[in-house]
Design a binder for this molecule. Structure first.
Ligand SMILES: Cc1cc2nc3c(=O)[nH]c(=O)nc-3n(C[C@H](O)[C@H](O)[C@H](O)COP(=O)(O)OP(=O)(O)OC[C@H]3O[C@@H](n4cnc5c(N)ncnc54)[C@H](O)[C@@H]3O)c2cc1C
Length: 257
């Protein structure tokens, strides 16, 4: 592995909003810094569903006051990506994309050596800004590795008139169920009863602007809400689910998220 002998003041791992903002601060302080990013700029946001409107308002997301000006009250995935990418280009931030940090070691007499899949760097300080989205939570059930089982929802179009099952209790699952249902998929949303009855925003309740249209889809009979205990098995044509009353049911199924 080639050794980079340049001594950095700061090596930042991850070019999400936190890493980009840290790079901006480092540049303004005149530090010799570098960001390594294993994917693309703002990779987590890049993987949001296409056309998604985010929950946060521009003031909470923008890197300079007034720099993020969405068409509506809140920005879409595309507007947010455009903001971060333009910011990096305009400020010529030093970011290597497609380079994953693998290991951090202490260096003598001070600082660290960071090993990546392309290089190794000496840095006085290392900032780990890798976010929390890299490893999806798995169900750990048979069939989860079938091509029809996904850990990320991108868009509803391929699933028009298909039997879709969404499993989860948070906003991402609720939004996926909503988009699929509105987009014409025959959608079942499997959720723990406690997650559905939770209305406390401080306890991670589904945001009301997702829940309200979701409830409308349920009322209209376009979306089926299934209180479940456990997903037992995913197969090519079915999913076996234990409901929260203990009964095991088999759902006809084309795709699972
Ligand atoms: C659908 C969806 C909607 C969301 N909406 C909102 C919202 O409205 N408001 C909000 O505040 N949050 C929202 N979030 C959460 C939001 O994405 C995170 O809060 C935000 O991305 C965190 O920024 P970050 O820079 O800390 O981490 P991330 O954006 O996750 O960035 C971390 C980066 O580190 C990189 N990385 C990881 N490991 C390595 C490695 N070993 N080497 C190099 N690079 C590495 C990753 O590729 C990634 O680019 C949403 C999430 C989802 C999934």
């Amino acid at each position: 592995m080639p050794a980079n002998t340049e001594q950095l003041d700061l090596l930042i791992i991850g070019a999400g909003p936190a890493g980009i903002s840290a790079a901006d601060a480092a540049a303004r302080e005149g530090l010799n810094y570098l960001v390594v990013e294993k994917g693309l700029l703002a990779d987590t946001i890049y993987h949001y569903p296409i056309g998604q409107t985010v929950f946060s308002t521009p003031e909470e997301l923008e890197l300079r006051d007034g720099a993020l000006q969405p068409c509506r009250e809140k920005p879409t995935r595309e507007e947010l990506l455009d903001h971060y990418v333009r910011f990096v280009l305009e400020h010529n931030l030093r970011i290597n994309t497609g380079e994953a940090a693998l290991k951090i070691e202490r260096a003598e007499p001070e600082g660290f050596i960071v090993h990546t899949d392309r290089n190794q760097y000496r840095a006085l300080r290392v900032l780990v800004a890798v976010g929390g989205m890299a490893h999806p939570r798995r169900l750990n059930v048979p069939g989860e590795d079938l091509p029809k089982a996904h850990h990320r929802f991108v868009e509803s179009y391929p699933y028009v008139r298909r039997d879709a099952l969404v499993v989860g209790g948070g906003n991402s699952a609720a939004e996926a169920a909503l988009f699929l249902s509105e987009g014409g998929a025959r959608t079942t949303f499997a959720i723990w009863r406690s997650d559905w009855t939770n209305r406390d925003p401080k306890m991670g309740a589904i945001k009301h602007w997702v829940r309200d249209p979701l409830a409308r889809q349920i009322e209209l009979g376009r979306l089926r809400l299934l209180f479940f205990k456990e997903i037992l098995e995913i197969s090519d044509q079915y999913v076996r689910v234990k409901r929260d009353d203990g009964e095991v049911i088999t759902l006809v199924n084309d795709v699972v998220f």
